[in-house]
Design a protein around this ligand. Sequence first.
Ligand SMILES: *Cc1c(COP(=O)(O)O)cnc(C)c1O
Length: 363
Amino acid sequence: MINDKYLIEKCDNDISAIHNALMLKQLSGTSSIDDEYEKKLAEFFKSSYAVAVSSGTTALHCALVAANVSEGDEVIIPPTAPIMTAMPILLMKAHIIFGDTNKDNFGFNLDDVLTKITSRTKAIITVPMWGYPIDTKALNKLCKEKGIVHIEDAAQAHGAMVDMDFTGTISDMGCFSTHDRKILPTGEGGFILTNNIEYYEKIKEFKQFGNMTGDSFGLNYKLSALQSAIGISRINQIEFQIELRTKNATKIKESILTNLLKEIYVPPNSRPNYYSLILRYECGYEFVEKATDEMYKNGIPSDIVRYSYRPMYEYPLFKKYSCRCDNADHLIKSIFTVCVHPGLSQSEVEEIIKAFKYYDFSR
Ligand SMILES: *Cc1c(COP(=O)(O)O)cnc(C)c1O
């Protein structure tokens, strides 16, 4: 059984970072360590501002608040996103509108999105699944023209790049999770990146009770200093992670790709972070499902099985927002998720290759 949860092994810095935080005797989310963490995040991602918050979910909530999403407004999301992307929209009492993806990647199909935009559309959320970057230039232009706020849910996409820009910095606001399974793990946590000072100030205010003045509504979404300390200690591991993940992904690709089993589309001049390697096979949904299930039973991890991945409108909570998204349906039924984390031994990489080679993906 191959382990699909990689825990960062080099924790030496973590211990001293936590020790320092304890010695400072300021463990809340208003400590100087949080300021330092936010500064480090902004520097690393080359963003004007970063705000640390308590989770990826609360990061999304803050972004929707900054975008001024209100009851009855519409927010467009792809049905390929996980349900976590959508929960904060329900919290705002806004309507979820599903925009179709492309057939071969998680980016929006702009023709479909155009038919979904109404006078109530407040925000569009792009979700680069498993760290595969999405080229959003055309979407950004469209959003600008229509006065719609573009948000990236980059919870899985730390360090993924398009044209030398980090995913999460190519929209109005980028939301990240630092949950224990993500590429920058602090246990629980999240952050928002933005170049817009008004969004930045709104989020800063909202995450601490509206600055406690009683003038505006806010909640407590602060990240504790202990988690910020771990974030500071681990931020430089992002590049190291991506390097080793890319190496494993390359080895697997070189061994098993065929004319029909391909890597999912990667835009030119872009870089996935290989949160997972995503392959697609175009010649039969049943074959993909059967191979995935059999491999899973034999100890080869699959996020498709693990999370019973499906279009979001198939979950009871989101059925009422159902609409036809043929490309997304096709995409979800055609893909394999392959784990490539740095905790894999070379013999485990070989095991994954062997499992795929057992099937004939050339027909
Ligand atoms: C993990 C994740 C979230 C939620 O982040 P939490 O920190 O667990 O709240 C949201 N969206 C996506 C795409 C995610 O992968």
